[in-house]
Design a protein around this ligand. Structure first.
Ligand code: ATP
Ligand code: MG
Length: 238
């Protein structure tokens, strides 16, 4: 990490983020299915683990071992030794996994380089429109508060992914979780699908940087964004 930023390894996105993820806050990535949220998390996580720091990775979707292997290459074993992976199967289990990861990060016994929750809202979404909607909202709020406090206290970047819903009024894709998630995350990136393997990251919110965009593409080895991208105005949600 340099200058309090954790480089993601995707050059165009790092430029957009002024060097990378900030160490003391929650960064949210949202976007439709297949936009590259999980691959982005894995890209950053393998980079951190390769450098010898721990990654606390909470995975509600089933990380593809094939993808991890392709990104890690010969370093897979070394990288997995630095992964503390939890795979919760319910919102309650997710809450416990986040609480454990936060407690361990704050304890500081291991050098923790990154906390990932992918996806923060998968089980939350399942609870919406049911009788336990309020409980789900409260559980998500508590988790996010824990992650916010941990990022600050342990000085560790926290990366969460969020799913989207289509706003029927104007057809835009909106992140789940409403204003609470929006406020908890100090940096928000939206990922858009472009034709083929190309993807676009849109910086929606940052404490110190203007909005902008960066392109990258998905390759067999991971995400690559070598083409310098100019900052531009934010395109509408697809
Ligand atoms: P979800 O919301 O469903 O979890 P996601 O945003 O996490 O989706 P990812 O799983 O990160 O999406 O990305 C999957 C996308 O990556 C798919 O669109 C797939 O076609 C693409 N992809 C995977 N491997 C390659 C590859 N080797 N070359 C090009 N594209 C690839
Ligand atoms: Mg995913």
């Amino acid at each position: 990490m340099t200058d309090e930023r954790l480089a993601t390894g995707v050059a165009s996105v790092d430029r957009l983020l002024g060097g990378g993820l900030e160490a003391d806050c929650v960064t949210e990535i949202y976007g439709e299915g297949g936009s590259g949220k999980t691959l982005f998390c894995l890209e950053v996580a393998t980079r951190v683990a390769r450098e010898g720091r721990w990654v606390f990775y909470i995975d509600t979707e089933g990380v593809s071992v094939d993808r991890l292997r392709a990104m890690a290459g010969d370093d897979l074993e070394r990288i997995l030794k630095r992964f503390l992976l939890s795979t919760p199967k319910s919102l309650e289990e997710q809450g416990r996994a986040v609480a454990t990861a936060c407690a361990l990060a704050r304890e500081g016994k291991r050098p923790v380089g990154l906390v990932v929750v992918d996806s923060a809202t998968f089980y939350y979404r399942l609870s919406l429109s049911g009788s336990d909607e309020d409980d789900a909202r409260q559980a998500l709020s508590l988790e996010l508060a824990d992650l916010v406090v941990t990022a600050l206290a342990a000085h560790v970047p926290v990366l969460i992914t969020n799913q989207v819903w289509r706003n029927v009024r104007d057809g835009t894709l909106e992140p789940l979780g409403g204003s609470f998630v929006n406020h908890a995350a100090k940096t928000i990136l939206r990922l858009d699908r472009l034709p083929g393997p190309r993807r676009r990251a849109v910086l929606i919110k940052h404490r110190a940087l203007p909005e902008g965009t960066a392109e990258f593409r998905i390759t067999v080895r991971g995400l690559e964004g070598p083409v310098p991208s100019e900052r531009s105005t934010v395109p509408p949600s697809p």
